[in-house]
Ligand binder design. Structure first.
Ligand code: AMP
Length: 375
């Protein structure tokens, strides 16, 4: 099977790393000549919406994406070449926060209160209805906390309005969550669905820093997350891997957004699960049976942001696995991750004692916040 992937970043790279043992070949389309997936297949250096490069995807048996902002019309055109999985409908829904929130509402998936904002008058009206604090977000192209501003008082309105471009915005009520979490699930072409255990996610400055799985939650919450993501997958007639990001509140789970692709919050599945999210995504895309999502114990993933730390000392920690994406260092950029896998929570905490002294201060303090015995 030859798989064409739009986007050649770390997600494409990890997909390929898991697909090559299954005999798959990969072609990536990316504007960057040094796109890091290139080490694992043929890289077409071109804007992914330029016709000649997309024509080069002829010969692929399947087409998939490593990011969600591929214009839906580009995907629609590619359907002529090979099955595009997940389908363009999932991208259209995920690319616009307003469409996405309305879809959640229709499926009875709880969402923060929200309102469309296209003018200053809309914004004032939305604040009257929703109250402060609230989050003003661009409807499109936001990621890792970019394209949004928290409004705490009326003084914040004007700067936020201007910073976000003053059009095509959405205002969301502030959710007082006690934790953030994410559920990753995979739906096969035959409609079968497998779910990974819920991940506990920790962000700083809008960027995911840690993920812990299984999340230490009651089984009822876990099954609720499975039910919600299942509803979304079935409604979209989805094929592939999808992650639904959720806020855990005292009133239950509230949906933030979904990603129609493999997701950072489930990178721990490479080392912590029988079958990784990347392999299961490809299995679904290629009509193969889905793999076992059971965990091999407890897993904690640490993201490397900006630059990869020197790995030698980390490699001394038993159960630690290292993933360098081969990207150049740049502030705020996701350049790698490490996963610690242990049989139980006690062993995981024991392993982390060795790690806390090696990581930067911010990561250490986030870790201490999550793992009480380290604090
Ligand atoms: P997003 O880009 O929508 O995933 O937002 C990035 C981060 O901002 C989330 O992971 C949350 O930590 C925070 N955030 C976004 N929306 C809200 C909200 N309505 N209430 C509280 N925090 C939010």
């Amino acid at each position: 099977m030859k798989i064409g992937i739009l986007g050649g970043g770390q997600l494409a790279r990890m997909m390929a790393a898991s697909g090559i043992p299954l005999g798959m070949e990969f072609v990536f389309v990316d504007p960057a000549a040094d796109a890091c997936a290139g080490a694992y297949g043929h890289l077409l250096t071109a804007e992914w919406d330029q016709a000649p490069s997309l024509e080069d995807l002829r010969g692929c048996d399947r087409i998939s994406c490593d990011f969600e902002n591929v214009p839906a019309e580009v995907l629609d055109a590619l359907v002529e070449i090979a099955p595009v999985r997940p389908g363009p409908n999932a991208f259209a829904a995920a690319q616009d926060r307003l469409t996405e929130k309305r879809l959640f509402q229709r499926l009875d998936i709880p969402v923060p209160p929200f309102a469309e904002v296209s003018s200053r008058a809309d914004l004032l009206e939305a604040i009257d209805a929703i109250g402060l604090p609230a989050v003003l977000k661009t409807r499109r192209f936001g990621y890792d906390g970019k394209g949004q501003a928290v409004l705490r008082s009326k003084e914040d309105l004007e700067p936020a309005w201007r910073a976000l471009g003053g059009r095509d915005l959405i205002l969301e009520g502030w959710i007082d969550f006690h934790h953030e979490c994410a559920i990753t699930a995979v739906r096969g072409a035959d409609g079968s669905i497998v779910c990974y255990p819920l991940s506990w996610t920790v962000h700083a400055d809008g960027i995911l820093r840690l993920a812990l799985a299984p999340a230490p939650v009651a089984p009822k919450l876990e099954s609720r997350a499975h039910e919600l993501v299942g509803r979304l997958l079935s409604e979209l007639d989805y094929i592939g891997c999808l992650t639904l990001e959720l806020f855990a509140t005292d009133q239950g789970l509230v949906a933030n957004e979904f990603a129609p692709r493999v997701h950072n919050s489930a990178h721990w599945t490479i080392d912590g699960s029988v079958t990784s999210q990347f392999e299961n995504h490809l299995r679904a895309v290629c009509d193969l049976p889905l793999g076992n999502t059971a965990m091999r114990g407890q897993a904690l993933m640490l993201n490397w942001i900006g630059q990869v730390p020197p790995m030698e000392d980390f490699l001394r920690v038993p159960g630690l696995r290292w993933h360098d994406y081969g990207k150049s260092a740049r502030p705020g950029r996701k350049v790698g991750h490490a996963t610690l896998v242990a049989e139980d929570r006690r062993d995981l905490e024991a392993g982390l004692v060795g790690i806390v002294d090696l990581v930067d201060d911010q990561t250490a303090s986030l870790l201490k916040g999550e793992m009480t015995p380290l604090g």
